[in-house]
Design a protein around this ligand. Sequence first.
Ligand code: UDP
Ligand code: MG
Length: 199
Amino acid sequence: MSSSSSSAKLPNVIFVLGGPGAGKGTQCLKIVQNFGYVHLSAGDLLRAERQRPGSKVGEQIEDHIRKGTIVPVEITCSLLENAMIESGKETFLIDGFPRNKDNLDGWNRQMGDKTIVKGVLFFECSEEICVNRCLERGKQSGRSDDNEETLKKRINTYNESTLPIIQYFDKINMVKRIDASKSEEQVYDEVQSALNEIK
Ligand code: UDP
Ligand code: MG
C-alpha cells in the first residue's frame, strides 16, 4: 500500500462483487448516472477484447467464458489498466473483479502502487435468484455463458474462488454488503448509503 502523502493523487477504485446475475452491472450504470465514477466491467472488457480483430487472446478468453472459469490475470488486469488510463478519470468502479486469488495477487502486483482501493460493494443474493436472472437475461443478451450448463460452472467458480476474496476483504473491514434480492430501486437506495460511507 502507498503512503498517505502520495495516495491523494492516485486513482481511487471500488471493487464490485457478487454472484453472476446479482445486478452488479445494472447498479453500476445507476451509480455512474449519479456519482462521478467510471464503470469498468471486467467481463465487458474481456468480451470486447475477444471481438477485437487481431486479438491474440480472443480464443483463450472465449474458452474461459464458455467454461465459466477465470481468465489469467495478466490479460484482465492489462485491459483494466488501459481502460483506466484511456478514461483520463480518477475514480473507478471495477465490476466483476477480482474473482480469485490469482486476480487479487495480480492486481496487487500490477496496480497496488498505482491505485487506492477504497472498498468493496458486495451484492448478495441467493443462488436461485442469480440463476433466474441470468436465464432471463440470456433470452436477450446473446451471451455464450447465460445458459444453464455454463451457469452451474460460473456459480461453482463464484462459490469456490470469489467468495474467499470477498471474505478476505470483509476481514479487513472493506466490504459494504448490499441485499441484492430486492427491487432495483430498493437495492440502489442501499448502494447510495454504502457509497456515501466509502467516500
Ligand atoms: N471473467 C474473467 N475475469 C474477470 C471477469 C470475468 O475471467 O475478471 C470471465 C469469466 O469467465 C466469467 C465471464 O467472464 O464467468 C463473465 O463475467 P461477467 O462479470 O461479465 O459476468 P456477470 O458476473 O456480470 O454475470
Ligand atoms: Mg456483469
